[in-house]
Design a protein around this ligand. Structure first.
Ligand SMILES: [Fe+2]
Ligand SMILES: [Fe+2]
Length: 309
């Protein structure tokens, strides 16, 4: 890893005076409550988020390892502290999604096979990359989760189309925290490297994984679950609707956010250019209120690492 700093980078994540607590959760997922059509009552688009849930655990483990390795080179003590918070948040995301994925296995989702495939992609692909490329990939993955989080926070109704309260809580908690720490990985990359071409390579690799590899993997799920879907007109209508909800320009998760996604290619891009502070305030109140918060029944502990008195 080249750590020669050719510029004095001022990390914006440290300027915000915003705390990123590590929240410990305990959802106790139950197979009987799990809704396979959680995302807007679709089979295919919901399968995308289920497949994403599996790949995310590997992506988060990579983010954790990469952040841990590079933390030692970070000079700014405040940024270093935020890296610790990022690692803590991602560790609990990975743990909770793994618990969710275990339950998914009881819903005819071949979790073991998908974990095996994801493991091969990461072991023989991403983990073989150089440290500097992994750092770029980490920033790229975090850009996509930030885009996803902003989309989800702007479309709150989506979470309430299903009765599956625990899946709702899992995704809303995860999206809140992705938005909270969205600029940390980017700032670490900029402080330690700042190499634009390298940043673009990590972006392309993250895009390939999130908008191509995972959708392809997910496309098999509804057919594995119900082979007769292949000859069902109702299912092909679901495919059409799912594709529009994921990639359509009007309301699609990635289609309608394409400007935000591609904004990453701007040389002076920073994640905080997309201000989500009002959403963060709204969701913190909505999710974490001691009496009425959606997450309150599931949160067991909350702390801010290294907070100065
Ligand atoms: Fe995460
Ligand atoms: Fe993240």
């Amino acid at each position: 890893m080249t750590t020669a700093t050719i510029h004095q980078y001022v990390p914006k994540s440290t300027q915000k005076n915003y705390e990123m607590p590590i929240r410990h959760m305990d959802f106790q997922f139950d197979a009987r409550e799990l809704d396979d059509t959680f995302f807007r009552n679709t089979e295919l688009a919901s399968a995308y988020f289920e497949a994403l849930s599996i790949f995310l655990t590997f992506g988060e483990d990579l983010v954790i390892d990469t952040a841990r390795y590079h933390r030692q080179f970070v000079k700014d003590p405040e940024l270093k502290r935020l890296v610790t918070a990022l690692i803590g948040q991602e560790a609990i995301h990975s743990k909770m999604h793994n618990e969710f994925n275990d339950v998914l296995a009881k819903h005819r989702f071949p979790v073991g096979l998908y974990r095996f495939l994801a493991d091969k992609v990461f072991e023989h692909g991403f983990k073989k990359l150089s440290n500097r490329m992994q750092l770029s990939l980490m920033a790229g993955i975090e850009h996509f989760t930030a885009v996803l989080a902003e989309y989800m926070m702007k479309h709150e109704d989506i979470f309430y189309e299903s009765m599956d309260e625990k899946q709702r809580a899992l995704w809303m908690w995860h999206m809140l925290e992705e938005s909270e720490h969205k600029d940390v990985a980017y700032d670490v990359f900029q402080e330690l490297s700042g190499d634009y071409a390298l940043r673009m390579r990590g972006f392309v690799l993250a895009a390939f994984t999130i908008v191509f590899l995972i959708p392809v993997a997910a496309s098999a799920i509804p057919v594995i679950r119900k082979p007769r879907n292949l000859i069902s007109l109702r299912y092909w209508k679901d495919v059409r609707r799912s594709l529009a909800l994921l990639a359509g320009p009007k309301e699609g998760v990635y289609g309608s956010t394409i400007k935000h996604i591609l904004d990453y290619a701007r040389r002076d891009f920073h994640p905080s250019d997309h201000d989500t502070s009002a959403y963060l305030e709204y969701y913190k109140e909505k999710l974490l209120h001691p009496e009425t918060g959606l997450l309150t029944p599931y949160m067991t502990k909350e702390f801010v690492p290294g907070k100065r008195a």
